[in-house]
Every structure is written in C-alpha cells, then in structure tokens.
Ligand binder design. Structure first.
Ligand code: C2O
Ligand code: CU
Ligand code: CU
Length: 570
C-alpha cells in the first residue's frame, strides 16, 4: 500500500514537473570588433523559492553569444569581477598562446585582461569557458561561459537559416545538481537537464528548415541526441566548420566540448511539437552518461543511462522567405593529406596508479599534468599525426588547443562522414585507437604553451592534461621575448588618455612583438590591467583609469625580471 502511494506521488510530481516548461533563454548577441565580458557573481531564479547563486558573464547564465567575422581583429576586455581568479579560454580558436586563456593566463579578481587577435577560423560554432587549473569544473558548473558564432564568406553564400533566435538557435547543453536550497553543487553529473541555463525549456520554431547550433557544455556527460519522433536530421558542421555535405542521421553522440550544427525540417508541421532528447538509455557503461552509480556515490545522478528531454520544440508559422529544403552539398574542404605528415606522435590514455596519488587516475602518457613541464616541442610548420591509444575503461573527449584536426582513423577505419570535418575534440571510446592529422603553422612561442586534455572537466582538473609549445627551429628569435627589457620611460606623464612607451636605444615597434605582458597596478599594488602582447606602438589606452598614481610593469619572460615605471593619470 505504502509503495502504491509513493508511486502515485512520484507520478504526480513528475507530471507537474513535465507540465511546466520554461521559455528557452536565447543569449544576447555581441557583435563588432570590441567586446566587453564581465564575469561576476550573480543570482538567477532557476527554481521556485531561493534564487541560485551563479557566476556568469555579463550577468547571465548562459553568457552572451559573440558574433565574429573571419578576418576581423577582435579585441576583448575580460573583466574579472568575481571573488576568485579565473581564466576565459576561446575554445577552438587558432591564436597566439598568450591570448588563449588557458591555465597560463589567470585573471585575478578586479583585473581586466585584454587579448586581441585576428579571427582565422572557419564559420561555425565555438565557445568560451573558464580554464583555471583545478577549478574548471567548479567555475563551469557555476555558469561561466558562452558561445561564439563565426561567419565567413563561404557560409554566408549558402542557403542556410541564419536568423539568430528564430530559425538559427544556439543550444548550450548541460546538466546540474541543485541542493534543497536551490544551490548548484560542484559535481560532475547533474540530475536536471538544462539548455542555455534554463530547466525544462521550450522554444518556438517556424514550420521550415531550422538550424540548431548544439554545444555540449556539460562537465562530463555525453548526450546521444535525437528527436522524440525519431526523425532524420542533417549534420552540417563539425567543431571547426562546415562539412562538404549535410549528413543525415537519427542519433548523434555529442561528448563534452564538441559542437555540431544540425538542420531539422519542420516544413508542413505547423502546430506539432517534438522533443529534442538524449537517448542515453542505450549508452554503455563506459560512455559518460551511460554509467550508473549507487546512491551515495559522488557520481550518482538522476539522469544516468535514461532517455530524457532536452528541449521541447513547438512548430509555429513560417517566417518570410523561409528555407524549406536541405541543401545537398555545402562546400569543398581541403583536408590534410596523410602523406604530408612529418611525424607521428604516440599518445596513450590510461587508468594508471600514480605514485603518491590515491586510487586510479585517468592520465595521458602515464603522467599527471605539471604546469611547469612542457610535454611536447612541436616544430613550427610541422604536419603531425597524433595517434592516441586508449586502454582506459572509460571514453574520454580529447581536445587540443590552437589547431583544428582531421580524424584519419578510428580503430584503423576511416571515420563516419559526420566526423570527417574539422575537429578540435574527438571522443575516444574505451579501448579505441584514434589517429588525427593537424598542422602547426603559426604562433611559434617557446615560452607559452598550448594545452591538450580530456574535456571532462573533472579529469582535466585532476591532471588529464598536457601542454606543448610551437618552436621555431629556423631563424631563432622570431616571436620570442627579448632577453632583457631595456630601460623605458613613459610619456606624456602625467597623461590623460594615451600613454606612450619609449625604450632607451630601441624603437617601440622593434620590441612590440617581444613584449608579452604589460600590467598596470594602482598605488595600492592591485593589478588592474593585463595586456598580452600589447600593440605598444599605438600607445596604451588609459582612458578608463580614474585620476591617480599608477605603475606600469613589464616582465622579462625568461629572467622574470620586472621593470616598473610610475605614471600619473590626470
Ligand atoms: Cu574547451 Cu582546453 O578547453
Ligand atoms: Cu580549448
Ligand atoms: Cu577523461
């Protein structure tokens, strides 16, 4: 009897829960070439009752979508207004290591970090997220992050939906656990599915071809995507851009960090509803999300190996000039040719007992991450095959910074069509061997590494990560910091808007490529600005400083010697 009442109670709870859909949050867009992102502690009404404390970009979980054009130089002010240090990494970007926002570019609270670079990536969906070593899961869970849409001439010429929020819908998938006070728990698996920071979301879609840009922003779980009516959908991109042609599928297993854009044809379906779902009940135990843990286990969660709804889609009226058919071809990519590789690097992924570390660790090459150790020196202009052999009992999404790659083989066999495009994350199943090919044709810098790691945030935090530098083996000294930063002075001093630097005996423009960081401190010694590779020939913009005494500091990156000059802002 008791059992029956309980079942009934549970049933009614789940029925009411299912009935309450929330409108999907479509993140604001930021466009142009200058972007302001402020990370701050904030609140959000996610569940009735207590508001949830979040960390978020520009006040929203999920943060704004930046829209960039290929070829533009983007300048970003990342203002850390959190209580904690953080970093913001531009996932998928091809850029200088000091601008990358990985674990080597921490931004202390109260500091503005100002990276800039020329966008050379293909049109597609990318994202930004925190990457502070050992804090990645916590800060991602707390809500830091957002999406990036890159546009280019190739994509713009295609008959694809691209009205943001109408027929082109960004979806950041994740799951969270909330405690009884509605606060986010720092755990790898949540009990509640969320899209763009919304629980049980619904979204109107017009009765035509709709593009869903799907990012797996979860700390750990993979989502086996499909629709409640098992309809066919068309994959048009992989992580780093458009595929040669749409690939028809009914399921797509999307692992942490990966992105796909899909086309779904709702033509003639006005008034219908369909759910985008995770068909995770079929996942084996060794795929994150398919593993079931007993209550009390830190990995126990309410979404383990079940099917669940991601997003309810309500088909509404067509928009003017709708796209109503799926294109048969998209573009012609020039993928890397296997024969062009100069070398193969052999990597392993394993479950290893590391001396001094309790239990089994998931590791790359039998080593835990060491921020002071460079795992690989990659010669500039090398084309390389990375062969990754996994003996791990679990599948791991392997991600590399700086470059996009092409998967050559999965267990000796060419990948399926939807995995043939540009990738920066590859899901490596338990026991699989993956070979990918990539090229390191830019950004030589022996002092600043790029990372490669498992994109499961907990694994990364626990050391399933390594780093490489791109090394110019030709003419030495290019892109390198000067041995010693010469004496410098600032003028005018006092200054009101632009501060210029003059080096004794040297031209600012000769040195500018070698200065890795300028830091500006106030008179109390608090760092206010971090300027990676500042364009000092243009002067330093100090218009945002209030009147007072400041210090401008340069670091010799090799000797770590600091040179500091005082200036006055009027
Ligand atoms: Cu999405 Cu190293 O990160
Ligand atoms: Cu990345
Ligand atoms: Cu992993």
């Amino acid at each position: 009897m008791l059992k029956k009442i309980c079942t009934l109670l549970l049933l009614s709870v789940s029925l009411t829960a299912n009935a309450q859909y929330n409108t999907l949050w479509i993140p604001d867009t930021l466009s142009g070439t200058n972007f302001n992102l402020a990370a701050r502690d904030t609140f959000k009404q996610i569940i009735p009752g207590n508001q949830t404390i979040t960390e978020a970009i520009n006040g929203n979980w999920w943060g704004p979508t930046m829209i960039w054009n290929k070829g533009d130089i983007v300048h970003i002010n990342v203002n850390n207004k959190l209580q904690d240090t953080t970093t913001i990494h531009w996932h998928g970007m091809h850029l200088t290591a000091v601008m990358d926002g990985g674990p080597h570019q921490p931004i202390p609270p109260g500091t503005v970090w100002q990276p800039y670079w020329q966008v050379t990536n293909n049109a597609g969906l990318y994202w930004y997220h925190p990457h502070l070593h050992m804090m990645a899961q916590k800060q991602l869970n707390n809500g830091l992050g957002g999406m990036i849409i890159i546009r280019d001439a190739v994509e713009s010429a295609l008959p694809l939906p691209r009205t943001y929020g109408v027929d082109d819908i960004p979806l950041a998938l994740t799951d969270r656990r909330f405690n009884t006070s509605n606060q986010i728990q720092d755990v790898p698996y949540g009990d509640s599915m969320m899209v763009n920071g919304v629980l049980r979301p619904q979204q109107n879609v017009p009765a035509q071809v709709v593009r869903l840009r799907v990012l797996n922003a979860a700390p750990e779980r993979s989502y086996n995507l499909g629709f409640s009516d098992n309809r066919t959908f068309y994959v048009i991109t992989s992580d780093g851009g458009i595929l040669d042609a749409p690939v028809a599928v009914t399921r797509y297993l999307l692992s942490a960090g990966e992105r796909i854009e899909i086309l779904v044809n709702f033509t003639g379906q006005l008034g219908q509803t369909v759910n985008l779902k995770a068909f995770n009940s079929v996942l084996p135990q060794n795929i994150p999300g398919g593993d079931v843990f007993p209550p009390g286990n830190p990995f126990y969660n309410g979404l383990a190996r079940i099917d669940f709804n991601i997003l309810k889609l309500n088909v509404t009226a067509q928009t003017p000039s709708p796209i109503t058919s799926i294109p048969s071809a998209l573009t012609t990519n020039n993928y890397y040719n296997e024969a062009s590789a100069q070398l193969t690097r052999n990597l392993t992924i394993s479950d290893t007992n590391i001396a001094g570390n309790p239990g089994i660790s998931f590791v790359i090459n039998h080593k835990l991450f060491d921020i002071n150790y460079i795992n690989y020196n990659v010669p500039l202009n090398n084309t390389e095959i990375w062969k990754i052999v996994s003996t791990s009992g679990l599948g791991h999404p392997f991600h590399i910074h700086d470059v996009q790659f092409n998967i050559l083989t999965r267990n000796g066999v060419a990948p399926p069509a939807y995995e043939k495009g540009w990738k920066d994350v590859v899901f490596i199943k338990s026991g699989e061997t993956i070979r990918f090919i990539t090229r390191f044709d830019d950004f030589a810098d022996t002092l600043h590494p790029f990372m490669y790691h498992c994109h499961i945030a907990l694994h990364e935090d626990e050391g399933m990560m390594g780093q490489f530098v791109v090394k110019n083996t030709g003419t030495s000294g290019i892109n390198e910091a000067p041995e010693v930063i010469p004496e410098f002075s600032l003028f005018p001093n006092p200054a009101s808007s632009k501060l210029n630097i003059s080096f004794q005996g040297q031209n600012a423009s000769d040195l500018s490529s070698g200065i890795y960081y300028i830091r500006i401190f106030n008179s109390a010694g608090k760092m206010l600005y971090m300027l990676p590779k500042p364009q000092i020939q243009n002067g330093i913009d100090i218009t945002n400083l209030s009147a007072g005494i400041y210090f401008l500091q340069m670091t010799d990156e090799r000797t770590k010697k600091l040179s500091t000059v005082k200036f006055i802002k009027q």
